[in-house]
Design a protein around this ligand. Structure first.
Ligand code: BDP
Length: 591
C-alpha cells in the first residue's frame, strides 16, 4: 500500500473539496440509483467528519452517500487507474459510474481499487462513496455492548470508548495512475554495523516478471546506486552506507531512496536507525532513549477527525515547545501525512490499531473481533513499515477483563489472571501476528488500571495507563504517589522490562484555579503531572511518560465529560496551554 505520488511515471489528482452528501437511514440509496449521483444533496467537505459540519448530523452514525464528478486526464490513457481513500469510518463502499468497485471495513486505514475498466475517457465520471459508522458489539472498536464498563463515560452515543465516534471520509480521496507493470510494494529495513548503515530494500512488482531495475540512495555527500534484479516480480538488495548519518529524535536525518523498474519509479524517505530493548532499556541506535510526550487524538472543531494540515503542523510545534519527542496514535492509526511529518520532525511513534477498550469478557464476539484486529494489524504494518518514526506497534488499548465495572480501578491484579486466560490468548495472538509481520520493531499492549497483570507479559515494553490521583484517590496526591510508586516497582520486579506510562492525566477546565488546588483546576493538573514526572525520574526502568492528553477532545456525552469534552488536555481544544504545559517544559526541554 504505497502512498500515491506524482512523478515522471505516475500521476495523482487529489479529489478533496466540497462533495454532494445525503443521508440514507432507510438504506434505499443503492436501489434508487444514488451511485450515479445525488439529488437533494447538501454540501459536505472531504476530508472531514460529517458530525461536525451540521448540527443535525452530530449524532447521526448511519448510512450516508458522498458523490462528486471527475475527469480522468486523457494523457493517462494506457495507464492503470486507481481510486484511493486515506480512511472512511467505519465501512466504505465505492462506486464509479454506478458500478460497485469495492468496499472496505474498518476506519483509519487506506483502501484503493483499480477502476481502469470502469472509467470513461473524455467525459465526466461519477464517483460515489457510501459510508456508515453503526456502533456494533462485534466491530473494532465496539459499540452498543451491553454491560460495558464505559457507561459512565458514554451516555450517548453508546461507544465502549472515550472519544466521539466521528464519521465520514476523513482523509483525502485521490485518483492516481501507474504504468501497466508497476512497483506494487517496497520494504526498507535498516541496520547499523560499526559506522556503516545497512539499507535492505525489497521491491515487488504487480506481475511476476523478470527484468532489471535500480536503487539509488542520496544524502549529504552520498550517492549510492545498485542494480535490482527482478525475478518473478521480486527483487532485493542491501546497500552499505559508510559513515551513515543516523535518524534519531534529536537529528532526524532522512535519505532519499528511489527504486526503479523497467516501467516505473517510486521515491521515499529513509531514516537509518535501529530500535531494541536490552537490559530494561529502550535503545535507539544502541543508546538509551526515553519516549516523552502524549497520547493524542485527531480532533478539532469543524474538521472533526478530518485531515487538517495547518493544525497538524501547529500541533508538532506545540509538542516540540513542551520538549516532547514522542506520542502514541491513541486510539487508531493517524493519517499518512502525520507519519511523514513525524519522520521529518523526529518523533518516536507508538502506532496503534483501533482496538480500544475491547470487552474481553464478551467471548461470543471474539471471532469477528479477532478477524478485524488481525486485518487492522496487517493493514497498518503494510502502510507504516517504512517510517523510521514508528518504533512500536500497539495492538490494543485498555482491553477490559471479564466482569469489569466502573469501580474496578486499582492496581493491576494477579488474582484474576487465571479467570482471564481467554483474553490473554486473544491478545497474545495479536502480539504474535505483529511480531511475525515486523520483527524489526517493538510490540506492546497498553493496559488498564485493575487489569490482569499477566496480559503484559509478552510485550517488549510494558505500557500502563494509570490514573492514581484522578479516577482513584482523587484529591489525595500524596497517597496517589505512594500507590503509583508501589505499582511501578512491583511490575518492574516481576517483568524486568522497560515501562512507559502511556496515560496519566487529570481533567482540567482552563481558567479554573484554586488554593488549595482542588480537582479540575489548572493548579491540580500541574501538581498531578509534576509528581508523576518526579516518580519517573527516580526510576531508570521508566522509559517514557506520555501525558493524557495533548489537547482537550470531543468525547461522548455523559456526566463525566463537561460540554461533551474530555478535559485532560495540556492544551485546550483550540490549543491554548494550561499551567501543566510549563511543568512539562521544565522537565523535558533539552532533557
Ligand atoms: C483511558 C482511555 C482513554 C480515556 C482516558 C480518560 O484509554 O481513551 O480518554 O482513560 O478517561 O481509560 O480520560
Amino acid at each position: 500500500m504505497l502512498y500515491p505520488v506524482q512523478n515522471s511515471h505516475r500521476n495523482k489528482l487529489d479529489l478533496s473539496g466540497i462533495w454532494d452528501f445525503r443521508c440514507d437511514p432507510d438504506r434505499t440509496g443503492e436501489t434508487n440509483g444514488w451511485a450515479n449521483g445525488l439529488s437533494d444533496a447538501r454540501p459536505m467537505a472531504v476530508p472531514g467528519s460529517w458530525n461536525e459540519q451540521y448540527d443535525d448530523l452530530f449524532g447521526y452514525l448511519d448510512l450516508v452517500w458522498y458523490a462528486r464528478k471527475f475527469y480522468v486526464p486523457s494523457v493517462w490513457k494506457g495507464h492503470r487507474i486507481f481510486i484511493r481513500a486515506g480512511s472512511a469510518v467505519y465501512f466504505g463502499t465505492v462506486y464509479v459510474n454506478g458500478v460497485k468497485v469495492g468496499w472496505h471495513e474498518g476506519g483509519h486505514l487506506p483502501f484503493a481499487f483499480e477502476i481502469t475498466d470502469y472509467v470513461k475517457w473524455d467525459e465526466e465520471n461519477v464517483l460515489a462513496i457510501s459510508v456508515e459508522n453503526e456502533l456494533r458489539p462485534e466491530r473494532v472498536p465496539s459499540g452498543n455492548v451491553t454491560g460495558s464498563a464505559m457507561s459512565m463515560f458514554a451516555s450517548t452515543p453508546k461507544t465502549t470508548y472515550d472519544f466521539y465516534p466521528f464519521s465520514g471520509i476523513h482523509r483525502p480521496v485521490v485518483l492516481y495512475s501507474v504504468p501497466q507493470t508497476y512497483i506494487e510494494d517496497i520494504t526498507v529495513v535498516t541496520d547499523i554495523v560499526g559506522a556503516d548503515g545497512l539499507v535492505k530494500v525489497t521491491a515487488r512488482l504487480n506481475a511476476s516478471v523478470s527484468g532489471e531495475g535500480t536503487v539509488q540512495l542520496k544524502g549529504d555527500g552520498v550517492g549510492i546506486h545498485a542494480v535490482l534484479a527482478f525475478v518473478d516480480g521480486l527483487a532485493e538488495v542491501t546497500l552499505i552506507v559508510p559513515g551513515a548519518n543516523l535518524w534519531s529524535d534529536k537529528d532526524p536525518y532522512l535519505y532519499d531512496l528511489t527504486v526503479t523498474s523497467e516501467d516505473d519509479s517510486y521515491s521515499l524517505k529513509v531514516g537509518i536507525r535501529t530500535i531494541a530493548v536490552e537490559d530494561g532499556k529502550i535503545l535507539l541506535n544502541g543508546k538509551p532513549v526515553k519516549l516523552n510526550g502524549f497520547g493524542r487524538h485527531e480532533d478539532f472543531i469543524a474538521s472533526g477527525k478530518g485531515l487538517n494540515l495547518p493544525l497538524m503542523v501547529k500541533d508538532y510545534q506545540l509538542m516540540r515547545w513542551t520538549g516532547a519527542n514522542s506520542y502514541r496514535t491513541s486510539h487508531y492509526p493517524y493519517s499518512e501525512e502525520e507519519m511523514q511529518l513525524a519522520d521529518r520532525e523526529g518523533f518516536l511513534i507508538i502506532d496503534e490499531i483501533p482496538a480500544v477498550s475491547l470487552q474481553m469478557g464478551d467471548e461470543a464476539n471474539y471471532p469477528e473481533r479477532l478477524r478485524m484486529c488481525l486485518q487492522q494489524i496487517e493493514e497498518l504494518i503494510a502502510r507504516d513499515k517504512n517510517h523510521p518514526a514508528v518504533v512500536m506497534w500497539c495492538v490494543a488499548n485498555e482491553p477490559m477483563h471479564a466482569g469489569v465495572g466502573v469501580g474496578s480501578i486499582g492496581e493491576s491484579q494477579t488474582s484474576i489472571e487465571e479467570t482471564n486466560l481467554p483474553g490473554k490468548r486473544f491478545l497474545d495472538a495479536l502480539l504474535d501476528r505483529a511480531r511475525e509481520l515486523d520483527p524489526t520493531r517493538l510490540v506492546t499492549i497498553v493496559t488498564v488500571m485493575g487489569g490482569p497483570q499477566n496480559w503484559m507479559e509478552n510485550c517488549d515494553v510494558i505500557c500502563m495507563n494509570r490514573y492514581w490521583g484522578w479516577y482513584a484517590l482523587g484529591g489525595q496526591l500524596d497517597i496517589a504517589r505512594v500507590m503509583l510508586e508501589k505499582e511501578l516497582d512491583q511490575v518492574w520486579g516481576r517483568f524486568h522490562k522497560p515501562l512507559i506510562m502511556t496515560e496519566f492525566g487529570a481533567d482540567t477546565i482552563a481558567g479554573y484555579h484554586g488554593k488549595p488546588d482542588v480537582m479540575w483546576t489548572e493548579d491540580y493538573q500541574a501538581q498531578y503531572i509534576r509528581f508523576h514526572l518526579d516518580v519517573a525520574a527516580e526510576r531508570e526502568f521508566v522509559a517514557g511518560m506520555q501525558v493524557w492528553n495533548f489537547a482537550d477532545f470531543a468525547a461522548v456525552q455523559s456526566i463525566a465529560r463537561v460540554g461533551g469534552l474530555n478535559h485532560k488536555g495540556i492544551f485546550t481544544r483550540i490549543r491554548t496551554p494550561k499551567m501543566a504545559a510549563h511543568v512539562l517544559r521544565e522537565f523535558w526541554f533539552e532533557a
